[in-house]
Design a binder for this molecule. Structure first.
Ligand SMILES: [Zn+2]
Length: 193
């Protein structure tokens, strides 16, 4: 297939057993071992490279996703405008919703695009689910993070990613067992139609 560009979210089918899609910067995008006769998946708008034989579908694959978790707070970003800054950030990503500021660690720029998108959507989720503050018990704080992961997973699918990509992002970017387990469970609830 080689290099290709998508102007919108697009569905694909392949009969290949090992699927490896890269973004055009050579970074990992979608890697799957397919055990079935064929495999359907989506890609968001963007520039890609693959050596697989993939066929465009008439429409994107439909993933039946549960609704986003119920918000328990709302601190909306002013005018929906987020000011993104790159700094040394030991927490990787920190958002101040009231001020509309997202501070990302320099290392995040090096991550594959899908993981960057995951982190971005996760941080936006903090508008609805809160986040760390000294008054919260660890359990409540963990639940806020899990809700943000779920929010990110759903937004990734809307954008054109596949459920496994959000799970990989949680696993690789965070490595907290509670969040990995919750993310795996959530992804299992998403049905492909
Ligand atoms: Zn978070």
């Amino acid at each position: 297939m080689g290099y290709f560009e998508l102007s919108k979210k697009t569905g694909f089918r392949t009969t290949d057993k090992e699927i490896r899609i890269f973004t055009n910067d050579g970074k990992e995008c979608y890697f799957v071992n397919n055990l079935k006769p064929y495999h359907d998946f989506n890609l968001p708008a963007g520039k890609y490279y693959t050596e697989n034989r993939i066929l465009k579908l008439g429409q994107p694959v439909f993933f039946d996703v549960p609704p986003t978790p119920k918000p328990n707070r709302r601190v909306m970003i002013p005018n929906g405008r987020l000011n993104i800054m790159y700094r040394n950030n030991p927490h990787k990503a920190s958002i101040n919703c009231a001020k509309g500021i997202l501070i990302l660690d320099f290392k995040i720029k090096e991550l594959p695009k899908f993981k960057q998108d995951f982190i971005f959507f996760h941080e936006l989720g903090h508008q609805y689910y809160g986040g760390y503050n000294a008054q919260l018990q660890k359990k409540e704080y963990m639940q806020a993070e899990i809700n943000c992961d779920t929010y990110a997973a759903i937004n990734m699918i809307v954008k054109g990613y596949n459920p496994s990509q959000s799970f990989i992002s949680v696993r690789d970017c965070l490595s907290l067992p509670e969040r990995i387990e919750a993310s795996e469970k959530f992804n299992l609830k998403i049905k492909k139609k």
